[in-house]
Design a protein around this ligand. Structure first.
Ligand code: PAF
Length: 285
C-alpha cells in the first residue's frame, strides 16, 4: 500500500492505473477505521481494480463546540488496518494541503436537503453539509474515482453527496452500503469510542427504537406519529432523550405523514455523554 500526503503525489500514484484503463474506487473516511469502513473497502475491492482510502478529519464540517480536537486519530493503526484489508493507496493529507491559504470556495447543496435533521439550525447547522460537500467535491476532483463508497449510517450525507454529484456532473457512481452494526444493534461509528460502559449500554436503544418503528409498520401501522411514538417509548425506557426522532421521505427529506409504500427514512440522534450518535432505518418502498 502506498501512503501519499499531497494531491500531486496522489495523482502520480494513480497515473499508471488511469493510463491502463483500470477502474478506481474511493472510500472517503475521517480515519479511526472500524468494520463499517472495512465493509466499504471490501465492496470497493470487489468492484474496482484500484482502491484509494482517504483519511482526513475535515475541520470544515465541525461546528464550534463540536469534537474536532477530540475526534479519535491514529494514523499508524489505520494504515495497518487499511493495508491488511487490501487498500492500494492511502491518502492522508494535512489540513494545509486541503485548505490552502486564501481558500474561499465552498459547495452548498440547497437547504431542503441540508437544513433539516443533522443540518437543522438547532443541530449541527447548514455549515456541516457545506463542509462535507466541499471536501467530498475536492476528493472527487483529486482522486477522480469511477466509484465512491459511503455508508448508510450517514444517510443524509449520502443523499447530499448524490445530489451534488448529479447537479455538478461529477463522472462518478456513488454506492451506499448498509450500516454495519454491533451484535446488540449499535451502529458502528468512530464516536462509539467515546462511550463509557453505561452510555454504551443505553446507546443500543437507538437501534431498538428504529426496530420498534419498523415493527409497528410491519404490524400494519401507517401513521408516522404512532410509529415514532413506538420508537420514542423504546428510547424513554432506556432514559434517552433524542435530539431528534423524525420520519422523512428517503429521497427528498420532506416530512413524511404516513407510511404509504414510499421509502421513509426514520432518523434519530441522541447524546450519550461526550458522544453524539446518529442512526436511521429506511422503512417501506
Ligand atoms: O463520513 C465521513 O467520514 C465524512 O463525513 C466524509 C465523507 C469522509 C467527509 O469528511
Amino acid at each position: 500500500m502506498r501512503i501519499v500526503r499531497t494531491k500531486s503525489r496522489l495523482r502520480e500514484a494513480l497515473r499508471p492505473a488511469r493510463r491502463d484503463g483500470r477502474s478506481i474506487g474511493l472510500v472517503p473516511t475521517m480515519g479511526s477505521l472500524h468494520d463499517g469502513h472495512l465493509a466499504l473497502v471490501r465492496a470497493a475491492l470487489g468492484r474496482c481494480d484500484v482502491v484509494v482510502i482517504s483519511l482526513f478529519v475535515n475541520p470544515a464540517q465541525f461546528g464550534p463546540g463540536e469534537d474536532l480536537d477530540a475526534y479519535p486519530r491514529d494514523e499508524r493503526r489505520d494504515a495497518e488496518v487499511a493495508e491488511r484489508a487490501g487498500v492500494d493507496v492511502l491518502y492522508a493529507p494535512a489540513v494545509e494541503d486541503v485548505y490552502s491559504d486564501g481558500f474561499s470556495t465552498s459547495v452548498e447543496v440547497a437547504g431542503d436537503l441540508t437544513g433539516v435533521l443533522e443540518g437543522a439550525p438547532d443541530q449541527r447547522g447548514p455549515a456541516h453539509f457545506r463542509g462535507v460537500a466541499t471536501l467530498v467535491a475536492k476528493l472527487l476532483n483529486s482522486v477522480a474515482p469511477d466509484v465512491a463508497f459511503f455508508g448508510q449510517k450517514d444517510a443524509q450525507q449520502a443523499i447530499v453527496v448524490r445530489r451534488m454529484v448529479h447537479d455538478l456532473d461529477f463522472p462518478v457512481r456513488i454506492e451506499v452500503l448498509p450500516t454495519v452494526r454491533e451484535p446488540d444493534g449499535l451502529a458502528m461509528s468512530s464516536r462509539n469510542a467515546y462511550l463509557g460502559a453505561e452510555e454504551r449500554r443505553r446507546a443500543a436503544s437507538l437501534s431498538r427504537a428504529l426496530r420498534a418503528a419498523q415493527e409497528a409498520v410491519d404490524g400494519g401501522e401507517t401513521r408516522v406519529e404512532a410509529a415514532l411514538a413506538a420508537a420514542g417509548a423504546e428510547l424513554e425506557r432506556a432514559g434517552v432523550k433524542p435530539e431528534y426522532l423524525e420520519a422523512r421521505d428517503a429521497e427528498s427529506l420532506a416530512p413524511a405523514n404516513s407510511f404509504n409504500g414510499r421509502p421513509i427514512l426514520v432518523a434519530v440522534a441522541a447524546r450519550f455523554g461526550e458522544a453524539r450518535l446518529i442512526d436511521n432505518l429506511v422503512i417501506g418502498g
